[in-house]
Design a protein around this ligand. Sequence first.
Ligand code: PGA
Length: 249
Amino acid sequence: MRKPLIAGNWKMNGTRANAGALARAIHDGAPFADVEVAVLPPFVHLPDVVAICEGGDVRVGAQNVADQASGAYTGEVSAAMLAEFGCRYALVGHSERRTHYGESDELVAKRFAAALAGGLVPILCVGETLAEREAGETESVIARQLAAVVEVAGDDAFADAVVAYEPVWAIGTGHTATPEQAQAVHAFVRQRVAQLDADHGERLRILYGGSMKAANAAALVAMEDVDGGLIGGASLVPDDFLSICRTAG
Ligand code: PGA
């Protein structure tokens, strides 16, 4: 059985005080039955959040990770640095990184491989734009994004990783994918990974992300291949996030 994962992507929000209060509220809301919970604060808030969550039930991760192990890469933060600070997860390939910062499939794949090499569990974000969906290209886009990772990280890429299906048209828009739309893509992702290794496909946790909130979380996580959620806006409101965590358990 796959244990669901609910991860809160705080994006570039909040002050140090806000981050501490949010982490404290989520830490205090634990334990969560049959669900793993993680928070992904901005880099500079990681030490505070890790200290608050230490010894508790809430895991911590980063919103991005360098594609290289160390050296002259100004502005980047390596997987080993994040692991040393108590991170377990790192997002890679969020659509905001792909869109606003021009991150290519290849760069995302290198970040993914570097996360694994540095001891982190990458959460690979994949997803199509509205235009791609309307053109019937959803599966080919997702297949391309997954294949780029396999090309760099190898056939075992998904042995210890998480995939988040985040349709770009659903992120921050209030237009959540229907449970059936999510399930169809999740099943496709699992089938692609299972073609490489049946066991990895079976074990892979595939999160849904894109305007997931307390009101729609239950129907989404009830789908066979939806193993939790990557939550943006609703992860900034403690009661909303805690309610999603309880729903997913
Ligand atoms: P949202 O963001 O929940 O605000 O739509 C999800 C994400 O970008 O990970």
